[in-house]
Design a protein around this ligand. Structure first.
Ligand SMILES: Nc1ncnc2c1ncn2[C@@H]1O[C@H](COP(=O)(O)OP(=O)(O)OP(=O)(O)O)[C@@H](O)[C@H]1O
Length: 596
């Protein structure tokens, strides 16, 4: 008798080689054994999935607590240095900037200072945790503020091969999504600019005018809508589904191009050089990534959460005075100043927890109103120049930073409180690390167990002609290599290995899935938004006896759609049967198979 079933059960940590002498084990016993093993493995997957959800919730909570301790509105300061030989009028510490204009001394405390030698990566490391928070369902805003030429666009977009926050964030989001098996995600992207007080969609196609040798700018007609629950939507703004980072980069490049061509157009149209500078300053560009998170809560069932990640390059109008703008141009410059000041007012009111938050004072604050307040995470990067000649504008920017940040007097903590805070953050970070390590183990265990289930399920489906004529057939299942090896071929396949009605239905379902996949993009539009492995079983044509519970739609395993529905229904059938019934059922199936 060749029967080696130690690894037939739940322990999947070591490579499993299973020997089954189907001649010795009576057919119905073998079949019953196989069915109960599959059932036990499925129960284990279910348990592991529940553990995965629990660990993920623990990780999310710890991250949220860290961000709350650090402050849900944080202000950083990035310093730009021109090639100067003179002594600098500012001094830089880890969280403090001191400016000395004309013998006086002004300082400003922020959450962190990025000195001139800081890299794009240094800045991104501070942004990374709040991206995770956006995936966890929180609205997030990253805002770049500062005088023109101090590096806002450098920080947000990046230049000369040094990627900025937006492209890095796109990559990071898709990376995190690929790692996160506890939920499914749909991402979409929009880009717009606030230009002279109106909103312009940067994804809208702009026709080229050969007469003017430039791209035409369609009239802006976007309006801001506010829902009863305070959510904000921009009517008519293109929101493009993103299935991978490459696609997102392409659209982002398109939006950036549209922005720069609009400036060129303005320059060409105005033909007044000082106007072009001012108009350029009036542009505030916003990139919105909408994240739809679909998770399966054991208590609540399927849960869908939508969050927004705003990446904003705010316009600066400081040059207005330098360019000597007059009349309408000066008014426009003032308008952007008012917008920035309105943003400062809103953040200050939020910090002071005022009842009335003056969102309606500018377009930018209206757009961001559901992403600056309750539960949101805001990160403001104030850019300053360390040069003597920019000292006036540097002081203005630092005053803004102070206003945004220092209103919360509790932020200026004693050394002891700072230490306690740091210790608490370290402990929470440790918790996150532990949860992530455990999550990795659980995911790998799920993968192994599911692989085993697939192998066991295949045993039900071995075609009869593979085993014809053997007096004794021993199957060796090398789980590591994921393929059953046939040691002896000369025996008729046991009844349970011939296809049953159930397996035939499963095969039909697989065919219909393939057909579905080859359907035109327009026909399967809702699912096109989903990333890899995010097909929903609910969207498949319904098959008789293959009904799937709502919870099955969000099966968080890596299984393909083909096996998801079938294992779900199989698990239900097996677990609901008592052993005698099960044997009878399999006998019945065999008889039915012989008849068909
Ligand atoms: N930290 C930095 N390291 C290297 N180069 C920088 C840095 N910051 C800015 N620069 C360079 O300085 C120039 C002006 O920067 P940038 O265009 O990003 O400023 P800005 O604040 O976005 O100006 P605007 O308001 O006109 O958009 C660019 O050539 C940019 O590459």
């Amino acid at each position: 008798m060749v029967l080696q079933l130690e690894n037939f059960g739940l322990d999947t940590s070591s490579p499993s080689v299973v020997y089954m002498d189907v001649n010795v084990v009576p057919e119905h016993d073998g079949e019953a054994l196989l069915a109960s093993t599959i059932s036990a493995l499925q129960a284990e997957v279910k348990e592991l999935l529940a553990k995965q959800i629990f660990l993920d919730a623990k990780r999310r909570e710890a991250l949220n607590r860290i961000l709350d301790i650090k402050g849900s509105i944080r202000v950083f300061c990035r310093v730009k240095l021109r090639n100067e030989k003179k002594a600098l009028p500012i001094s830089i510490e880890a969280d403090k900037i001191t400016v000395r204009p004309l013998g006086t001394c002004k300082d400003c405390i922020v959450d962190r200072v990025f000195p001139p030698e800081s890299t794009q990566d240094d800045v991104f490391q501070e942004v990374r945790p709040i991206l995770r928070s956006a995936l966890d369902g929180h609205n997030v805003c990253v805002l770049a503020y500062g005088q023109t030429g101090t590096g806002k666009t450098h920080t947000m977009e990046g230049r000369n091969g040094q990627q900025g926050i937006v492209p890095r964030a796109i990559e990071e989001l898709f990376h995190q999504i690929s790692q996160d098996k506890s939920a499914k995600f749909r991402l979409s992207m929009s880009m717009l600019e606030v230009y002279m007080g109106s909103l312009r969609d940067l994804f809208v196609h702009r026709p080229y005018s050969s007469a003017r040798s430039t791209y035409l700018i369609p009239k802006s007609n976007l309006s801001i809508l506010s829902g009863a629950d305070g959510t904000i939507e921009i009517e008519g703004l293109m929101d493009v589904p993103m299935s991978d980072a490459k696609q997102a980069y392409r659209w982002y490049a398109r939006g950036k191009h549209a922005r720069s061509t609009s400036w060129t157009h303005v320059n060409d149209a105005s033909s007044r050089s000082h106007w072009s500078v001012t108009w350029l300053l009036c542009v505030c560009s916003l990139t919105r990534i909408t994240i739809c998170r679909l998770s399966n809560d054991t208590a609540k069932g399927a849960v869908e959460q939508v969050s927004k990640l705003w990446l904003v390059d705010l316009g600066g109008s400081e040059r207005l005075l330098k360019t000597g703008a007059k009349g309408q141009t000066l008014d426009e410059g003032r308008s952007i100043n008012l917008s920035l000041s309105a943003l400062g007012d809103v953040i200050a009111a939020l910090r002071m927890k005022r009842n009335h938050i003056p969102y309606r004072n500018s377009k930018v604050t209206q757009i961001l109103s559901d992403s600056l307040g309750d539960g949101s995470k805001v990160l403001m990067i104030v850019h300053i120049s360390a040069s003597e000649e920019d000292i006036g504008e540097t002081i203005c920017s630092l005053t803004f930073a102070k206003r945004v940040r220092a209103v919360d007097s509790s932020r200026e903590l004693s050394e002891e409180s700072k230490k306690r805070k740091e210790q608490c953050i370290n402990e929470l970070e440790q918790q996150i690390q532990e949860s992530e390590d455990e999550l990795k183990k659980v995911r790998s265990q799920i993968e192994k167990t599911e692989r085993l289930i697939r192998e066991k399920t295949k045993l039900h489906q071995v075609p009869s002609d593979m085993n014809n004529g053997s007096p004794r057939s021993t199957l060796i299942l090398d789980v590591e290599e994921e393929k059953p090896i046939q040691r002896s071929q000369t025996r008729a396949a046991p009844g349970f290995m011939s296809s049953t009605e159930c397996s035939r239905q499963r095969q039909k379902l697989a065919v219909s899935t393939t057909k579905w996949r080859s359907m035109s993009a327009s026909t399967r539009k809702p699912l096109d938004f989903l990333g890899p492995q995010t097909l929903s079983f609910s969207s498949l044509p319904k098959k008789r006896n293959m009904a799937c519970k709502p919870s099955d739609h969000l099966n968080m395993s890596q299984n393909s759609i083909d096996s998801r529905g079938s294992t779900a229904s199989r698990a239900k059938k097996v677990s609901n049967s008592n052993p005698n019934l099960m044997v009878a059922l399999h006998k019945h199936r065999r008889r039915m198979s012989a008849l068909l």
